[in-house]
Ligand binder design. Structure first.
Ligand code: ACO
Length: 402
């Protein structure tokens, strides 16, 4: 038998914690999360209050710089972002090279990485001033790239930001305007709902994509490269990709006649890889406070937009059935942020494949804040160890002897 004590690293004992279930990777002053009680606060402010009273750009400022901005600070921040909102024309050439079938998240990650080529000075950020410049650049250009991933899918022209509009309004216009001249008719309900959704997604301490951003950034790879890696991590269905997977699951239940019990049984079956998408969370062992807000918002938004989506009723039925089921009770599995978010995106006319892109736009300030904190604290390069379980020393065999 393999004696792993003989294989350990030279620098003492190693803690093995697959998935980092109990391992803190850093100290952070950005987001407070109590999974037992279902509490989420950004810089000490409760998520419920921020979703109700703040707008997305204020929350972005709060997360990144630690304080709610006063009027002058907010105006400067907004102007600095607007000044950087033009994306280099050659980026359109990069985008045109993708097939229309490309998933928007793959395209977004690639474009974010490509930004480094067009903004080489944003790579080395040794002063706080350089850091600020890189931050406003990515905040300005990322929503443009996000909108363009949809335009690419729809084979439509790519437009830049309308600098007379707010952050969320201009994102919607870039996504949906028909042609260069046509003014896009903004719907206040849609703008407010998207603003709220982006706030609710803005940070969530050391989740998979944020840890990715911090670890990539810890090699001093640069902000845009770190964010691009974060987008890739978010794409997976166990993380941000769950919002797309939830709608696909609800559609499947609808097509199957609407009986949720069959899907609950499938989710409980350990021989079946199917999981109830939008359910369960690594940290929350209680209601995800964001899910509570989004569930309420889904009713309001669909009502105000006059959308009657049978999928909302299926989702509510599925939630009720799961919460009453012993399997879900024992494992403390509750709906997470993405159980109802897709229903709202859908009511706004956003295609399913774009849901995770919307999440990425929301999470951007969190990724930036965490990257900035990591750099300002001069954290060392992230480099976990392992417990080696492979072969011990083997003699090389030449090709003819294998
Ligand atoms: N459906 C059915 N069973 C589940 C689910 C689910 N959605 N989630 C967890 N379980 C079960 C597991 O099978 C496991 O059961 P066991 O103890 O009998 O083996 C137990 O609950 C614990 O689950 P783990 O996978 O160990 O929990 P972990 O913390 O590693 O995973 C995760 C958390 C990935 C979110 C998981 O709950 C999941 O896959 N959920 C569905 C995908 C999803 O909604 N992801 C979005 C998360 S929120 C976000 O990232 C924005």
């Amino acid at each position: 038998a393999l004696d792993i004590t003989k294989l350990r690293g030279q620098s003492g004992a190693i803690t093995l914690d697959p998935g980092y279930k109990n391992t803190g990777s850093c100290e952070s002053a950005i987001t407070f999360l109590d999974g037992e009680e279902g509490i989420l606060r950004y810089r000490g402010y409760s998520i419920e209050e921020l979703a109700e009273k703040a707008d997305f750009l204020e929350v972005a400022y709060l997360l990144i710089f630690g304080e709610l901005p006063n009027e002058a600070q907010l105006q400067k921040f907004n102007t600095d972002i607007l000044d950087q909102s033009i994306v280099n024309e050659d980026m359109k050439t990069v985008l045109k090279g993708f097939p229309e079938t490309a998933h928007p998240m793959g395209v977004l990650s690639s474009l974010t990485s490509a930004l480094t080529a067009f903004n080489p000075k944003s790579v080395n950020v040794d002063s706080e001033e350089d850091m600020y410049k890189a931050i406003v650049k990515i905040l300005a250009k990322f929503p443009v790239l996000a909108a363009w991933t949809l335009r690419k899918k729809n084979n439509q022209a790519f437009y830049n930001k309308d600098t007379n509009l707010g952050y969320v309004e201009s994102l919607l216009k870039m996504m949906f305007q028909q042609d260069a001249n046509k003014t896009y008719k903004l719907n206040k309900t849609v703008v407010n709902a998207l603003d709220k959704l982006l706030i609710l997604h803005a940070d969530h301490e050391q989740n998979c994509s944020t840890s990715t951003v911090r670890i990539v950034g810890s090699s001093h790879a640069g902000l845009f490269a770190s964010i691009s890696a974060g987008v890739s991590a978010l794409w997976g269905p166990l993380h941000g990709g769950a919002n797309q997977a939830v709608i696909e699951m609800l559609e499947e239940i609808k097509a199957d006649g609407g009986d949720t019990s069959k899907f609950i049984a499938k989710a409980k079956d350990k021989d079946d890889p199917f999981r109830l998408m939008g359910f369960g969370h690594r940290v929350y062992k209680n209601f995800d406070p964001r899910a509570k807000i989004i569930k309420k918002a889904a009713d309001e938004v669909l009502g105000q937009l006059g959308v009657d989506d049978p999928i909302l009723e299926i989702a509510k039925g599925l939630e009720k059935a799961a919460l009453e089921d012993q399997y879900f009770i024992d494992r403390k599995l509750y709906p997470n942020v993405d159980f109802y978010s897709g229903i709202i995106y859908r009511a706004m006319g956003i295609p399913t494949e774009m849901f995770t892109v919307m999440f990425a736009v929301g999470r951007l300030p969190g990724w930036i804040a965490q990257w900035r904190e990591m750099r300002l604290r001069k954290e060392p390069i992230g480099r976990p160890r392992q417990v080696y379980i492979g072969e011990t020393h083997r003699k090389f065999k030449s090709l003819e002897n294998r």
